[in-house]
Each structure stands twice: as structure tokens, then as C-alpha cells.
Design a protein around this ligand. Structure first.
Ligand SMILES: Nc1ncnc2c1ncn2[C@@H]1O[C@H](COP(=O)(O)OP(=O)(O)O)[C@@H](O)[C@H]1O
Ligand SMILES: O=c1ccn([C@@H]2O[C@H](COP(=O)(O)O)[C@@H](O)[C@H]2O)c(=O)[nH]1
Length: 208
């Protein structure tokens, strides 16, 4: 089994890279751990308007214990019940997703490379890079279309929260990456190289 971590700023193209890798490998060999699913539950009794103002780009926003525990479970060959999270309601949902251990586990999220405990569990660490102005444009498009926010709200949030948090907690994790992928989802050669690397490890493991 190999564990791959894919980090990078919001809108950098992480999800797209993961999707393209998935398309190249047999579905039953790869499981995905989206870090977004491990946001903490919303505190009880707080109105949605207040929840929306909270900082989701700080390490404290994540349930690291659950995330690390579930990665360990998969590594040890046990299935997990992965939590699900809804951005529109800023809270965890009651449903879980049953995830079986597979040969390849991909952990994808803005802070996938933030904690040493997680980095130590990874065989390959990747940072998806993109210019911050391009990321901002993509986040505006996504949040307006998919998350019902106004462009003004997205821009204010970007300047006040996302940008400083990115500088403090996300960008510095680039140094822990074995590979930095520029032009995220459109970088066909990077995805091809990853596919070849993953297949090589899977072949080696199959021989053991
Ligand atoms: N290299 C790229 N050029 C143009 N658009 C891209 C590129 N990579 C990703 N996108 C687009 O940007 C948006 C955000 O990408 P996504 O993969 O969801 O980013 P992340 O998971 O890092 O937030 C998506 O609409 C995606 O299609
Ligand atoms: O309730 C929430 C939880 C998260 N966010 C934002 O999502 C991005 C991280 O997701 P990507 O898929 O990497 O873009 C992060 O910047 C959070 O601010 C949110 O808006 N609301």
C-alpha cells in the first residue's frame, strides 16, 4: 500500500489532479481521503450566518485526530467510515462513506502536508502550485456558482482570511513536497509521471 499526500492552496487544482490520476488507475485500487471531509463539527447553537464567518483556513478547523486515526486504520488494512461535510451548512453531515483499504491512498487538502504525523505516513508528497491571482479567480467562480456567495463576499474573505492563512500555513508546506506540480489540473505530463510512479510501486508490492 502507498500513501500519497496532495496539498496546495484553495483553487490550485488539487481535486482536478486527483480526478485525473483516478481516471488513469483501476478504480478499486485507489481510495481518496479529502481533507475537507474532516472539518470539525459546527459548535452547537451558532447561527449559520456566524458559522460562515469562521476561519476554515486555520489548522484548528480540522479534526486531525480523526483524520490521522482513519489513515492509520486504512494502512493497517481496516475499512473506515469516512465523515462527510457540507460547505453550504458549514457542518458535518450524518452520512458516512464506507472506504475499504486499497493499494493506493490519496490524502488531498489544503493542509495535507501540514502535520509531521501525517507527512511521516506518506510515501509521496505533492504540492500543487498556482499563482494566487489565478486561484482567486477560480475561487470566485466556484464560490459564486456552487456556494451561493457574492463575488464581494468571496473577495473580502480572500483578502482577510484566505490570503494570510495561505501565507502562514499552506505555502510553507511546499518545502515538504517531493514534487511540485505547476498548472495543477492541466499539467498532463505531471499526472502521467505520477501514474507511472504509482504503477511501479504497485508492481513492486505485488511481487512481495
Ligand atoms: N491548470 C488549470 N488551468 C485552468 N483551470 C484549472 C486548472 N486547474 C484547475 N482548474 C480549475 O480551477 C477550479 C479549481 O480547481 P480544483 O481542482 O477544484 O482546485 P482545489 O481542489 O485545489 O481547490 C476548477 O474549476 C478547475 O477546473
Ligand atoms: O465550511 C467551509 C469549509 C471550507 N471552506 C473553504 O474551502 C477551502 C478548502 O477547500 P479546497 O477544496 O481546497 O478549495 C478553504 O479555503 C476554506 O475557506 C469554506 O468556505 N467553508
Amino acid at each position: 500500500m502507498i500513501v500519497i499526500g496532495i496539498a496546495g492552496g484553495t483553487g490550485s487544482g488539487k481535486t482536478t489532479v486527483v480526478r485525473k490520476i483516478m481516471e488513469q488507475l483501476p478504480a478499486n485500487q485507489v481510495s481518496i481521503i479529502p481533507q475537507d471531509s474532516y472539518y470539525k463539527r459546527a459548535p452547537e447553537g451558532v447561527a449559520l450566518s456566524e458559522l460562515r464567518k469562521m476561519n476554515y483556513d486555520h489548522p484548528d478547523a480540522f479534526d486531525w485526530d480523526l483524520l490521522e486515526q482513519q489513515i492509520k486504520e486504512l494502512k493497517e488494512g481496516r475499512a473506515i467510515e469516512q465523515p462527510t461535510y457540507s460547505v453550504p451548512i458549514c457542518d458535518r453531515l450524518p452520512e458516512t462513506i464506507h472506504v475499504e483499504p486499497t493499494n493506493v491512498i490519496i490524502i488531498e487538502g489544503i493542509m495535507a502536508l501540514y502535520r509531521k504525523e501525517m507527512r511521516d505516513m506518506m510515501d509521496l508528497r505533492i504540492y500543487v502550485d498556482a499563482d494566487s491571482d489565478e486561484r482567486l479567480i477560480r475561487v470566485i467562480e466556484r464560490d459564486v456558482v456552487e456556494r451561493g456567495r457574492t463575488a464581494r463576499v468571496v473577495m473580502d474573505r480572500y483578502l482577510k482570511v484566505l490570503k494570510p492563512m495561505h501565507r502562514e500555513f499552506i505555502e510553507p508546506t511546499k518545502e515538504f513536497a517531493h514534487l511540485i506540480i505547476p498548472q495543477g489540473g492541466e499539467n498532463v505530463r505531471a499526472v502521467e509521471i505520477m501514474k507511472v510512479y504509482i504503477e511501479k510501486i504497485l508492481r513492486e508490492q505485488a511481487k512481495k
